[in-house]
Design a protein around this ligand. Structure first.
Ligand code: DX5
Ligand code: ZN
Length: 219
């Protein structure tokens, strides 16, 4: 039985009270804090960048899981390390030199992840899978919180789990978008190690209880 990690996404928190969101996460069963950086170029939305992450870092006690939805991530990798990223994930779709991006992130002293959009196939990961610490499978089109989980993700998770087992890779499988206590067990059964959840946590009447429900999700 693999451990299950829960990574609430700050994107769904009240940005006027980020300190309260951080305290809530610190005082919950969450394992990581997921930080969504959007540039208005790779994705049709702009979120936040290094200054917010650096401020959060001063208070958060959990792993900072930074999801870069930006073009040319190599330009900013060192800045995200400085801001406090423990794990830095770049998108497959914007990295023609993905192997180099992964090496850069590792050389900077961070764990390295690769995110794939819903249309990107698992077979495209064959030549990078043993180099990464994590694969982030997007279960919605990136750019916005509160979207509906795309069911084809289940098949991709099965394929990815198989690829990891066959290659002996140690990458964790993280799933992001449209996750709640209603589908968490099925996503974990399909192969997920890490569940990201924004609106189902911060939109809940009791966010800590929502995190607990995710953490204890089993088939
Ligand atoms: C979407 C982001 C997600 C988002 C998830 O582009 O990558 O991390 O915050 O939000 P929910 O859980 O509301 O789908
Ligand atoms: Zn994300």
């Amino acid at each position: 039985n693999r451990p299950l990690y829960i990574a609430p996404s700050l994107l769904a928190a009240d940005f006027l009270h980020i300190d309260q969101a951080v305290d809530l996460i610190n005082d919950s069963e969450a394992d990581w804090l997921h930080l969504d950086v959007m540039d208005g170029r790779f994705v049709p939305n702009i979120s936040f960048g290094m200054p917010i992450i650096a401020a959060v870092k001063k208070r958060i006690k959990k792993t900072c899981d930074v999801h870069l939805m930006i073009v040319e991530p190599e330009k900013y990798a060192a800045d995200f390390k400085k801001a406090g990223a423990d794990l830095l994930t770049v998108h497959y779709e914007v990295c023609p030199h993905l192997h180099r991006n992964i090496q850069q992130i590792k050389d900077l002293g961070m764990k390295a992840g690769v995110a794939i959009n819903p249309h990107t196939t698992i077979s495209q990961l064959e030549n990078i899978i043993t180099d990464v610490d994590l694969i982030l499978v997007m279960s919605v089109n990136p750019g916005f919180g509160g979207q509906t989980f795309i069911p084809q993700t289940y098949q991709k998770l099965h394929e990815l789990r198989k690829l990891i087992d066959q290659t002996g890779a140690s990458a964790l499988i993280e799933v992001d978008g449209g996750i709640s206590a209603h589908n968490a067990a099925e996503i974990v059964a399909a192969g997920a190690d890490v569940l990201v959840a924004g609106s189902s946590v911060f939109g809940a009447p009791d966010p800590r209880a929502a995190i607990h429900a995710l953490k204890t999700a089993t088939k």
